[in-house]
Design a binder for this molecule. Structure first.
Ligand SMILES: NC(=O)c1ccc[n+]([C@@H]2O[C@H](COP(=O)([O-])OP(=O)(O)OC[C@H]3O[C@@H](n4cnc5c(N)ncnc54)[C@H](OP(=O)(O)O)[C@@H]3O)[C@@H](O)[C@H]2O)c1
Length: 210
């Protein structure tokens, strides 16, 4: 069974962990304060969940990076080489401070993580919904008006992995392009946080403006 490591088990990381454990994956959650602080979440995850160090999470088959972008420098590089790395992070200057290449639109948050992890297969996902919705707004495939979530990345296998995980969590997938397109679902864009089905999400992504 594929294992999923979560680096950053806060609002969204803990929810991706819950969705992954429910989907049948073995999950290792981690944060900056250490595994002892994650006992409550681990209890919630059930038998498939455990807490570990960041290095323990980085040793999983697939790794989710759900830390603020200011903490990207702390994400281990070598253990993630060759792996699918799902990044949930957004740019929020109020929390993250100003970053010139994000302000002027020449860079993306996911691109920054890819630059830090040059040998990893970074894919942006789980980034444009409110964390709580992940475990309450899913529905079976084929449900009319099923909620959709976006994926952006340059690696086809990584996108396929996310598509499968979204489906198991109860969401359709809209592929919005490469990492360079990932700004289209960022904070302040029409597709950010709002509930949308696949058709509405495609329309909102088409209306994105830098
Ligand atoms: N909140 C949402 O609904 C939501 C939804 C989608 C995407 N996002 C994006 O996802 C990112 C995380 O958001 P969040 O709301 O989940 O933040 P959060 O609740 O503050 O959680 C951040 C997590 O990252 C951990 N962390 C921070 N620095 C670390 C480091 N150097 N090493 C290891 N772990 C570290 C924190 O651990 P400690 O607590 O131990 O410090 C915490 O577990 C943001 O970029 C946000 O924009 C958020």
């Amino acid at each position: 069974m594929t294992s999923i490591g979560i680096i950053g088990a806060g609002n969204i990381g803990s929810q991706v962990a819950r969705a992954a454990a429910r989907a049948g994956f073995d999950v290792v959650v981690s944060n900056s304060q250490g595994p002892a602080t994650l006992a409550g979440l681990v209890a919630d995850l059930g038998p498939r969940g455990q807490a570990g160090t960041v290095d323990d999470a980085a040793a999983a088959d697939v790794v989710v990076v759900a830390v603020p972008l200011g903490s990207f420098a702390d994400v281990p590089v070598e253990p993630l080489a060759g792996k699918i790395v799902i990044v949930t992070s957004n740019y929020n200057p109020g929390r993250d401070g100003h970053v010139a290449t994000l302000d002027d639109g020449t860079g993306t948050v996911a691109g920054r993580l890819q630059a830090h992890l040059p040998a990893s297969r970074v894919v942006k996902a789980f980034s444009h919904l409110s964390a709580a919705d992940l475990t309450k707004d899913g529905s079976p495939a084929g449900t009319p008006d099923r909620r959709a979530l976006a994926v952006a990345g340059d690696d086809a296998e990584a996108k396929k992995f996310v598509t499968d995980l979204y489906d198991r969590a109860g969401f359709d997938t809209v592929d919005i392009g490469g990492l360079a397109d990932s700004w289209k679902i960022g904070m302040g864009q029409p597709a950010f946080v709002t509930r949308q089905n696949a058709e509405q999400l495609r329309e909102n992504v088409a209306r994105a403006r830098r």
